[in-house]
Design a binder for this molecule. Structure first.
Ligand code: ZN
Length: 149
């Protein structure tokens, strides 16, 4: 694999997911839907979750807004298909800490999600990058499946 700088990776991955969003559209059937927005930028995310026991059987999103908000939600939905709820909550926590500059983020563990780290140097866009993840954490809490951390 060619090693890309964080800057290149950021541009490539964000643009790719923005142009070709994964898991976009209403999930049918779903167990919970939650809509949140980021008024600072005008981003909107509607997140659909379907549970199977302690797993996320399905996750999809709908929405509109800037490339960062939509690409981040697309990456999240792609990554968490079939994931355990605990892993989903842990990953969301890790992404939030990375975006807050509290953690470096592990390339191996995060895969292309490490590209989101490129947003850290644009503080006004961090809320864009976290919109989907914040919505996920809230949805897990509302569903009673949130993992206390
Ligand atoms: Zn935005």
């Amino acid at each position: 694999m060619v090693h890309l700088s964080l800057e290149d990776l950021y541009k490539e991955v964000i643009l790719d997911h923005y142009r070709s969003p994964r898991n976009k559209g209403r999930l049918d059937p779903y167990d919970i839907v939650l809509e949140r927005n980021n008024p600072l930028c005008g981003d909107e995310i509607e997140l659909f979750l379907k549970f199977d026991g302690d797993k996320l059987e399905g996750i999809s999103f709908d929405g509109k807004g800037c490339s960062i908000s939509q690409a981040s939600a697309s990456m999240m939905a792609e990554r968490l298909q079939g994931a355990s709820i605990k892993d989903a909550a842990d990953l969301a926590g890790g992404i939030k800490r990375m975006m807050a500059g509290e953690e470096e983020g592990d390339d191996d563990e995060l895969g292309e999600l490490i590209a989101l780290k490129g947003v850290v140097k644009y503080p006004v866009r961090i809320k864009c990058a976290l919109l989907g993840w914040d919505t996920l954490v809230e949805a897990l809490e509302e569903s009673g499946k949130g993992v206390p951390s």
